[in-house]
Ligand binder design. Structure first.
Ligand SMILES: [Mn+2]
Length: 356
């Protein structure tokens, strides 16, 4: 296991690489070029500059999260071919600079969604929360406006993209699950041969949360659908980002079993490991990483990774905002301190597993 930490990039993150470097046990960061719209090829000079900046702090960058998939690809529009060509160009350029894994997701229109970005917890910290009925009672525009008001820009919620939300939602209306899978297959058929040639591990991130919002198809949400997606192109390079918080937001999901099954086949390349606390069947808030703070058993999750001899990248995921972080305007879920505590906690479990 290699412990990493998400950094949003120069000018995009209020947390600096110098601070991240002081978190014990990290090998590197996971980053992206957030200002480049989905569908465009990443310029080589930008990749080089990012790589140099990270290397200067003696941190590795081997994982990109994310190179986003243009909506035309998910919808299967004729214009998808040009976007796929740009995607492959980006993969080639990233490989040249030592990138070994690309995380992406197949969520239609909306990226991840929460009802509350700063939900107060009794200990004085705050965190993100998902309340199903709250979201169901909002229009898409209201949800977007809510995010715009409460927060700085968040990845996946770029204002330009959100302006067209009604139009994009309409494009998905009536789209059958099988069509969506066929569009995904078209994409994988095009890119995985290049991933094999470049030795870049492609790691799809599950849909978050694992339930439909505004009637949009949500497919990568459970064991069976992950199997279906990975079977669309049976190559080890067509793999998974195992996100405990996304898959775990469906009550009863057996995450250790999913890790053993797909990890045992070498199909898990990257992992987001975090906890959440259920308030009822569908609603939850994002708790501190410890097992005792949430509803997921983090020891069993790390044990499953240990059992499969996981050698990929792990990062702590969303944390609470603690120690007055909110006033510094960190991105919701991506403060420094609680994620740093999470990184150290997960490494503590791992050390114990190694020594048993
Ligand atoms: Mn995740």
């Amino acid at each position: 296991m290699k412990m990493t930490f998400r950094w949003f990039g120069a000018g995009q993150d209020s947390i600096g690489l110098k601070d991240i470097r002081q978190i014990p046990g990290l090998t590197g960061i996971v980053t992206s070029l957030l200002d480049i719209p989905a569908g465009e090829a990443w310029p080589e000079y930008r990749i080089r500059a990012m790589k140099e900046m990270v290397s200067a702090e003696k941190l590795e960058v081997e994982v990109i999260e994310s190179v986003n998939i243009h909506e035309d690809i998910k919808l299967g529009l004729p214009s998808r071919d040009e976007k796929i060509e740009n995607y492959i160009l980006t993969m080639e350029r990233l490989a040249k600079y030592g990138i070994k894994c690309i995380c992406y997701n197949m969520m239609p229109v909306l990226d991840w969604a929460r009802s509350h970005l700063y939900y107060d917890l009794p200990d004085g910290s705050n965190t993100m929360r998902y309340e199903a009925t709250f979201i169901q009672n909002l229009t898409p525009e209201e949800l977007v406006a809510r995010y715009a008001k409460e927060s700085i820009e968040m990845p996946g919620w770029e204002p330009e993209r959100m302006k067209k939300i009604r139009e994009t939602l309409a494009a998905y209306e009536g789209m059958r699950e099988e069509t969506f899978y066929a569009n995904m297959k078209y994409f994988l058929d095009a890119i995985i041969p290049h991933a094999e040639h470049l030795n870049i591990k492609m790691a799809v991130h599950p849909d978050d949360p694992p339930q439909p919002i505004f009637g949009l198809p949500k497919l990568i949400i459970n064991r069976d659908n992950i199997r279906k997606y990975l079977d669309l192109y049976p190559s080890k390079l067509n793999g998974l980002t195992l996100c405990t918080g996304s898959l775990g937001a469906k009550k009863g999901a057996d995450i250790p079993a999913i890790i053993r099954e797909f990890g045992g086949e070498g199909r898990i390349h990257f992992a987001h490991v975090r906890n959440l606390k259920f308030e009822n069947e569908t609603d939850f808030y994002e708790s501190a990483h410890l097992t005792s703070c949430g509803s997921l058993d983090m020891y069993e999750i790390m044990k499953a990774f240990h059992n499969i001899n996981f050698v990929g990248w792990v990062r702590p995921d969303h944390g609470r905002m603690i120690w007055d972080e909110t006033t510094r305007k960190g991105r919701p879920g991506y403060g420094l301190y609680d994620r740093a505590l999470g990184a150290v906690y997960l490494q503590g479990i791992w050390e114990a597993l190694e020594k048993i």
